[in-house]
Write a protein that binds this ligand. Structure first.
Ligand code: ARG
Length: 491
């Protein structure tokens, strides 16, 4: 039995099975690359405890990419000859194929992805493989691998967030004129258009993309050459390696390069904020689908039923997205605490950065995917939304603004409208259903034109400035939003 490659998070059972397997095969494995100064074998429990291969094997493609670039650089500066380089590059490409075909034995004895791959390379190509690690350490190697992994992850996330933004825009376009209550304190505040509400979601995600793209700048710096901590005595060409790997530049300080994981923390912070945004959107969907709101319907395919209550249709997808925000925020906390006590330079603590990072990326990607797939099927119950806005005295501010235009000071206007609302509540009528005479009793300046501002349509249309809820402005904002997405391809 082999553990699958890219399994993400193999469960305990899988890890234990692979450890068992390794016990059996241990006899056939090469000695550890660092065995020279040791006289005793590693305690078996320590071996298992310190190994990271069960999860860091996921970094294999990045590790190989980094090794090929490192080898090319070693050749360029005359440390490897042409023949050695060719054989290393070919060997690493073959190892990658083996891994992808799941024809690779991951050994716990060889601790991590780096030593497993290097051992396999030497198995395949002989002595040239032993030269690959010249001028390099696993410390700069692993920091490079994580950066390559995160850079890739950020690029995938950018496409995925943009795809969700597009789905939001499509829905916002359909609902540009739909009137719903806007809330503060979850109390009905003022009427808004559903399209406008959805564009708020769009804006949150636009900032999330900007945050990831900013984080990418600091991720895209190359640790290789820092070696264990102090750099290397070989005359390496770090600019060349950086160029081959698409890094912006080599890291400035070798101690910092192998040690800090602030870029990973930033990634987790950006991911946490995105999850918080998704969670807020999810929370709204959960509320809106409740029979007490009934603002929207979710498709059956995105809901589940109850095993006991036959009437239930539960919004599991939004609920899970909301729930999963907790684990991503937890990963951010783990990474911050992982870093806080570490003296310079590399410490083994950093091995603990991988699982939270992998799970952060996987969780965020799956939530984005679920949301993007679900949104096109969200059905707005326009009549219900309209009725809710109407019943909630949502145009009270409009009446106050109307009085201000008739020269009533705002504070007085506020008081008068408060009385009008009370009358409405007592007689179970909306403000627009009060008679002109009743309104004039509160404020004699009121004339028949007041009813135009008391309608929901009038209220939203009046908020016709940049960032306002008027359907005309929503359409304008939609156009601008679409243009901002132009050129972003599908994930
Ligand atoms: N597996 C290690 C990690 O993830 C790789 C670096 C190990 N370096 C060392 N000096 N033990 O951090």
């Amino acid at each position: 039995m082999r553990t699958p490659f890219y399994s993400g998070f193999p469960g305990e059972a899988i890890i234990m099975a692979s450890i068992e397997l390794n016990r059996v095969k241990a006899m056939t494995i090469e000695p550890k690359p660092w065995a020279g100064r040791f006289t005793e074998a590693t305690d078996t429990l320590v071996e298992t405890f310190t190994a990271s291969v069960a999860f860091d094997k996921r970094l294999a493609p990045y590790d190989i990419q980094g090794s090929i670039a490192h080898a090319r650089m070693l050749h360029r500066v005359g440390i490897l000859n042409e023949k050695e380089l060719k054989s290393i590059v070919q060997g690493l490409e073959d190892v990658l194929l083996d891994i992808e075909r799941d024809d690779f034995f991951w050994s716990i004895e060889l601790e991590d992805v780096h030593m497993n791959i290097e051992a396999r390379l030497t198995d395949r190509i002989g002595d040239a493989g032993k030269k690959l690690h010249t001028g390099r350490s696993r410390n700069d190697q692993v920091a490079t691998d994580i950066r390559l992994f995160l850079r890739d992850g950020i690029d995938q996330l950018d496409l995925q967030i943009a795809a969700l933004q597009k789905a939001i825009l499509d829905l916002a376009e359909r609902e540009a004129d739909t009137i719903m209550p806007g809330f503060t304190h979850l109390q009905i505040a003022q009427p808004v258009t559903f399209g406008h509400h959805l564009l708020a979601w769009f804006e949150m995600l636009a900032r999330d993309r900007a945050r990831f793209s900013d984080c990418r700048k600091r991720v895209n710096v190359m640790p290789l050459g820092a070696a264990a901590l102090a750099g290397t005595s070989f005359a390496i060409d770090r600019h060349y390696t950086a160029e081959l790997l698409g890094f912006e530049r080599p890291a400035e300080n070798s101690l910092d390069a192998v040690s800090d994981r602030d870029f990973a923390i930033e990634f987790a912070a950006a991911a946490s904020l995105t999850m918080v945004h998704l969670s807020r959107c999810a929370e709204e969907l959960v509320l809106w689908t409740s029979p007490l709101f009934r603002f929207v319907d979710l498709p059956d395919a995105f809901c589940t039923g109850s095993s006991i209550m036959p009437q239930k249709k539960n919004p599991d997808v939004p609920e899970l997205v909301r729930g999963k925000s907790g684990r991503v925020i937890g990963h951010l906390t783990s990474l911050l605490i992982l870093m806080k006590g570490q003296p310079l330079a590399y410490n083994k603590d950093n091995q603990e950065d991988k699982e939270p990072l992998f799970d952060t990326l996987d969780t965020l990607k799956s939530c984005l995917r679920a949301f993007t797939d679900m949104l096109p099927h969200v059905k707005a119950n326009r009549a219900v939304m309209y009725e809710a806005a109407k019943r909630g005295y949502a145009t009270a501010t409009d009446l106050a603004d109307y009085l201000v235009r008739k020269d009533v000071p705002f504070r007085d206007a506020h008081e008068m409208v408060g009385q009008a609302v009370r009358l409405g509540i007592e007689t179970q009528r909306d403000l627009s259903e009060l008679s002109l005479a009743e309104l004039q009793r509160l404020s004699p300046g009121i004339t028949a034109d007041v009813f135009a501002v008391l309608t929901l349509e009038g209220s939203v249309a009046a908020r016709n400035h940049i960032g306002g809820t008027a359907p005309e402005r929503v359409r304008e904002a939609l156009g601008q939003a679409r243009r901002s997405l132009a050129g972003v391809s599908e994930p």
